[in-house]
Design a binder for this molecule. Structure first.
Ligand code: CO
Length: 237
């Protein structure tokens, strides 16, 4: 391969060819408008791509991704995406989707800090350090799984606390927040919550510290449930 990415550009032409063949109006429709009903906030991990795992077409999901799907309320990038999605696109659902085995989350267990992304991960690192005794009592794999889940819970709450989301609820706009986790090894998504659809629901959530103290096991043990659902669906088809 030379300095130019000719093979990728060739793939693009092939994609356009196939797409047009199966749906001649596809690109004309895309050019006219986008009307996604979902905002996906996910990890930058190259294996967790929203459209693929949801089997959605372009135009159906608005996407923001960063390392470990963190919602920083000082991040101009995520706030702009959020504002545009909520106020202009009027999405009805925001999905914070993390994944098991997240390398970003694994970093919070490292004793050293000082890379730029340690600053990025600071809220997660501080939370881990605060509840270190609980997390460190788990075997390493479960500790990481649990931390990945807790991070999703934390980010949904942070999202619910933003003025953008709060004002949408106060205006009476329908807006539901979801916490999901993806298992790279199986391709399956799972809804682990929390679900938040109003200021009242947000304010009723028990503190995240309490959640971690009361529920110490990883939900990945219930992955079996999702797998049997998957098997039941495959048998039907
Ligand atoms: Co990740």
């Amino acid at each position: 391969m030379g300095r130019t990415l000719d093979s990728l550009l060739a793939r693009n032409i092939e994609w356009v060819r196939k797409k047009t063949q199966s749906d001649p109006r596809f690109f004309a429709r895309m050019a006219a408008q986008q009307k996604p009903n979902y905002l996906w906030i996910g990890c930058s991990d190259s294996r967790v791509t929203a459209n693929d795992v949801l089997e959605l077409e372009p135009g159906q999901v608005f996407v923001h991704r960063n390392i470990a799907n963190v919602v920083h309320t000082s991040d101009l990038n995520i706030l702009s995406v959020l504002e545009f999605a909520v106020e202009h696109l009027q999405v009805q659902h925001i999905i914070v989707c993390g994944h098991y085995g997240c390398g970003g989350i694994e970093r919070v267990f490292a004793p050293e800090r000082g890379e730029l992304f340690d600053h990025w991960l600071q809220p997660v690192s501080m939370f881990y350090r605060k509840h270190r005794a609980i997390f460190d009592a788990l075997p390493p794999r479960q500790r990481l799984d649990r931390m990945c889940e807790v991070n999703i819970e934390m980010q949904v709450r942070r999202l619910a606390a933003t003025p953008i989301v709060e004002n949408a609820w106060i205006r009476g706009q329908e807006l539901h927040l979801h916490g999901w986790i993806y298992t790279i090894g199986s391709g399956l998504l799972r809804d682990i919550g929390p679900h938040v659809s109003s200021v009242a629901e947000r304010d009723l959530l028990p503190s995240i510290d309490l959640c971690v103290q009361q529920d110490t096991g990883s939900r990945s043990s219930s992955e079996g449930e999702q797998r049997s659902l998957f098997e039941a669906l495959t048998e039907q088809n």
